[in-house]
Design a protein around this ligand. Structure first.
Ligand SMILES: [Zn+2]
Ligand SMILES: [Zn+2]
Length: 347
């Protein structure tokens, strides 16, 4: 079979490799689609070689069909359409049992994320993938090609939004910054599960058009006037929740300038932007009471919610399909900002 391997900084290679063997508690998944994420680009941008990833298959958003099951596996049969979980948590530590499996104490630590396929264990950019049965969810009639991004581009915004639900009351205003692979899903989740007024901000007219089509109430270009326009639209008070799906310096700055007092600020995009926070009387950086959270992935419960929304037809993945062999073109297109929605590699 073919697999996309990490070969060092900036380098990927399509290689012919053996189909993985499965253990008694594992399932061999015939991959239908594997999403290409900005985090894949971030990983490739790291100038040092990553020893834990060298020669490993990339792809942390995967879905497909059960090809075969190990001798101990129950509840899954050949042909079932399945989504591979983003986070391979231990399932039994205190964090996992409390439903915070994205902060697993055993597979992760205070400074490292829990195990993620495609960022260590062989991932989904291949014809087949071996996965423990407990890291799979059935997706029923959903098309597993378009469903693959639910694993990350779906649960990541769902998790961030779930953490800010108390701010998203009827009459509230929420701002979505960046209508890309994750942002366009976040916008739909907000539309489907809240009564907040949605303002979408992007620097690309095509993406603003997409945002309009997905139900944004107001769309704004991310220019120097964007913060003023959000404040004007909220009587100068600011937005009750702001989701920054980009996270570069200008968007982080924009987010801090438009959040309301006691508002929720969620940093989801990993663009490397920063802001200074001081424990003093000043409101120069943030108004009083703002609740700030960065967001890593999501939980198994978030994943089930995302699958349910997709099955109800309320969460649609805008896809750009590439054959697996065109991985480099997909990377170049995403890097160049030429992908609307999510790039999906199909073996
Ligand atoms: Zn990702
Ligand atoms: Zn755990």
């Amino acid at each position: 079979m073919n697999a996309v391997k990490y070969m060092g900084p900036g380098a990927v290679q399509l290689q012919e490799v053996a189909v993985p063997e499965i253990g008694p508690d594992e399932v061999l998944v015939k991959i239908a689609g594997a999403g290409l994420c900005r985090s894949d680009l971030h990983v490739l941008h790291i100038p040092e070689e990553l020893p834990f990833l060298l020669g490993k298959t990339l792809g942390h958003e995967g879905a497909g069909w059960v090809e075969s099951v190990g001798s101990d596996v129950t509840g899954l049969e050949e042909g079932d359409a399945v989504l591979v979980s983003l986070i391979w948590a231990c399932g039994h530590c205190r964090a996992c049992v409390e439903g915070r499996d994205n902060a697993c104490e055993v597979n992760g630590s205070r400074t490292t994320i829990p195990t993620v396929p495609g960022l260590g264990p062989d991932g989904a950019m291949a014809d087949f993938m071996a996965v423990k049965a407990r890291h799979l969810d059935k997706i029923g009639d959903l098309d597993p090609v378009a469903a693959a991004p639910l694993a990350d581009a779906g649960i990541t915004p769902m998790h961030a939004i779930n953490s800010a639900r108390s701010h998203l009351t009827p009459g509230s205003t929420v701002v979505v910054i960046g209508v890309g692979g994750i942002g366009h899903m976040g916008l739909q989740i907000l539309k489907a599960t809240t009564d907040a007024r949605i303002i979408a901000i992007d620097n690309d007219e095509t993406k603003l058009e997409l945002a309009r089509g997905l139900g944004a109430d107001v769309v704004l270009r991310s220019d120097s006037e964007a913060s003023q326009k959000v404040l004007e639209a909220t009587n100068g008070y600011g937005a009750d929740a702001v989701f920054d799906f980009v996270g570069v310096q200008p968007t982080v700055q924009l987010a801090t300038k438009i959040v309301a007092p006691e508002g929720a600020l969620r940093f989801v995009g990993l663009g490397g932007g920063t802001f200074a926070y001081a424990a003093d009387l000043s409101t120069d950086v943030l108004p009083w009471g703002v609740n700030v959270q960065s967001s890593f992935g999501g939980t198994r419960a978030d994943q089930l919610q995302v699958i349910a929304l997709a099955q109800q037809g309320k969460l649609h993945v805008e896809t750009a399909i590439y054959p697996l062999a065109d991985i480099q073109k997909a990377i170049d297109d995403l890097e160049g900002g030429h992908v609307t929605g999510r790039a999906i590699l199909v073996p």
